[in-house]
Ligand binder design. Structure first.
Ligand SMILES: C[S@@+](CC[C@H](N)C(=O)[O-])C[C@H]1O[C@@H](n2cnc3c(N)ncnc32)[C@H](O)[C@@H]1O
Length: 281
């Protein structure tokens, strides 16, 4: 069993590797995760003058949208532990002409930020990937001012997220990915409402509400396009996939084609998704 520190280093290296393709696929990610982004911003309800922290921000969209409501006196702190991801966010922020934003490399499990220093925190699809989400949530509680709100999202159960689950299962069965450790970091590690609520309460949040948001939905033309999308964005799955030899890749694609049949549409396929979202203070 790798230690938490080994898992952290593996994850860091993986996101540094994925960053260029993740950046290329930003429009796809944002379009499909749009309902989650909107849910999070509605629940955060930032006010002019607030300081909002986004953790594990990737290319930064969720926080960027909040800046519109922060006014000239408000501020967004966009953070990620992978410098290459943060650079992608910086480029996107510049393109969007966003000015009231500061970019910082921050590991959410050990934040170099003062206590009671922010009014709200956003974290979409981040905590589930951290070896010690309890530490990250305690850190989040520490930096939030009294009355401040955390709004977060993680993937719901695998059977409701076939876009990731079907291929992950195939890769585990074929020995290209280790089976997920119970409570270990992974795409579905916080899918249970009970576990996520327990982690939030354990970190000192007293008012916790969760909701299942039916998103993201993933449309694609064919298995070829699916492999390219997943290979560009799906963190641990993408990295495992890069190591699969060509002939086995063909076998996996045939397996996927059969598994995707129930999701066929007129022009290709559309796979549903379910996100567990939570607001806590
Ligand atoms: C699935 S991506 C999500 C990116 C973005 N939040 C979104 O929803 O589009 C996960 C991100 O978490 C970051 N990450 C993983 N572990 C982290 C940690 N301990 N501290 C900060 N960022 C982390 C990765 O670098 C990556 O950018």
């Amino acid at each position: 069993m790798p230690t938490a520190e080994q898992l952290r280093i593996q994850s860091y290296e993986m996101w540094e590797t994925i960053a260029p393709s993740w950046e290329r696929r930003q429009a796809f990610v944002e379009e499909n995760a749009g309902p989650v982004r909107r849910w999070m911003l509605d629940e955060l309800a930032p006010r002019p003058g607030d300081t909002i922290l986004e953790l594990a921000a990737g290319a930064g969209h969720t926080g960027f949208e909040a800046t519109r409501l922060l006014g000239a006196d408000g501020r967004l702190i966009t953070t990620d532990f992978a410098p290459a991801m943060l650079e992608a966010a910086r480029r996107r922020g510049r393109e969007l002409g966003i000015e009231n934003v500061e970019y910082r490399v921050i590991d959410a499990e050990r934040m170099e930020l003062g206590a009671d220093s922010v009014d709200g925190v956003l974290c979409r699809y981040g905590y589930m990937l951290m070896p010690d989400p309890a530490a990250a949530l305690s850190e989040t509680r520490r930096v939030l001012r009294a009355g401040g709100r955390l709004v977060m999202a993680v993937f719901g159960p695998p059977d409701r997220n076939p876009f990731f689950a079907i291929i992950a299962m195939a890769l585990v069965q074929r020995g290209h990915m280790p089976p997920p450790a119970p409570d270990g970091p992974g795409l579905f590690s916080m899918a249970s409402e009970e576990r996520t609520t327990r982690l939030l309460e354990g970190a000192g949040f007293t008012a916790v509400r969760t909701e299942m948001v039916p998103a993201p939905r993933f449309p694609f033309r064919d298995v070829e396009e699916y492999m390219s999308l997943i290979g560009d964005t799906a963190g641990p799955i993408a990295v495992a996939l890069r190591r699969v030899p060509g002939d086995e890749r063909e076998q996996i694609m045939a397996q996927l084609e059969a598994a995707f049949a129930p999701f066929a549409t007129d022009g290709g396929y559309e796979l549903p998704g379910l996100t567990l979202a939570a607001v806590a203070s």
